[in-house]
Design a protein around this ligand. Structure first.
Ligand SMILES: [Mg+2]
Ligand SMILES: [Zn+2]
Length: 181
C-alpha cells in the first residue's frame, strides 16, 4: 500500500467490534497491532482516513460530540504509537433513512475525495464487511481489501458464495499493511 490513500473501516478493523455498538472509550479496544499497522502505513507514505457507519448517533445511543470526542481519543492513542489519521468521516444515519453516506454507498469516500482532492483510482479500502468491499468498489477504489478480524470471516464466505471476492484478504490490519499491490 505504499504511498497510497488508504480508507479504513473502524469497528472490526482498528478496534474490536461489538453487537451492542462501541459508544464509549471504555468499550474501545484496539485490535492487536492495529496501531502498529497504521504507524507502518504512515511511515511508508500512506495517507489514512477512517470511514465508518455510526448509526448509534441516530439511534440516540451517542451524541455527535461524544462520538467526535471518542474519535479524538482514538486518534491520540494512534499518534502515541507513531501513526496519523488524516480525518474521520462517519455516517450517523439509520439504514432506513436512505442517505448517500452509509456504506455500502460510496458517499463517505466521495466526501473525502472532494475535501482532499484524492485520486480514488489508486486508493485502497480496507474493511471487515461486505459493505466495505461494495463501498470501495462503488467509489472506484483500486483495491478492496478484506481483513478477517471483526465480521471478516463471515463476509469472506458470503462474498465467495456471491462470486465477488475481495482483491486481497488478510488475517488482520497488520498483515494487510504488508500487502504489496
Ligand atoms: Mg466494520
Ligand atoms: Zn449517512
Amino acid at each position: 500500500m505504499l504511498k497510497h490513500v488508504v480508507f479504513l473501516d473502524r469497528d472490526g478493523v482498528i478496534n474490536a467490534d461489538s453487537p451492542d455498538y462501541v459508544i464509549s472509550w471504555e468499550e474501545f479496544f484496539f485490535i492487536p497491532k492495529s496501531r502498529q499497522a497504521i504507524a507502518d502505513l504512515c511511515a511508508a507514505g500512506c495517507t489514512l482516513f477512517v470511514v465508518t457507519n455510526q448509526s448509534a448517533v441516530h439511534r440516540k445511543m451517542i451524541t455527535v460530540s461524544e462520538l467526535e470526542r471518542l474519535h479524538r481519543k482514538m486518534i491520540a492513542a494512534i499518534e502515541d504509537r507513531g501513526g496519523k489519521i488524516q480525518d474521520v468521516f462517519y455516517c450517523p444515519h439509520l439504514p432506513e433513512e436512505g442517505c448517500l453516506c452509509r456504506k455500502p454507498k460510496p458517499g463517505l469516500l466521495l466526501e473525502a475525495q472532494r475535501r482532499y482532492g484524492i485520486d480514488l483510482s489508486t486508493a485502497f479500502m480496507v474493511g471487515d464487511s461486505e459493505k466495505d468491499m461494495v463501498c470501495g468498489r462503488a467509489a472506484g477504489c483500486r483495491y478492496a481489501v478484506l481483513v478477517r478480524t471483526g465480521n471478516g470471516r463471515q463476509a469472506e464466505k458470503r462474498l465467495k458464495e456471491k462470486g465477488q471476492p475481495p482483491d486481497h484478504i488478510a488475517p488482520d490490519l497488520f498483515s494487510a499493511a504488508r500487502f504489496q499491490a
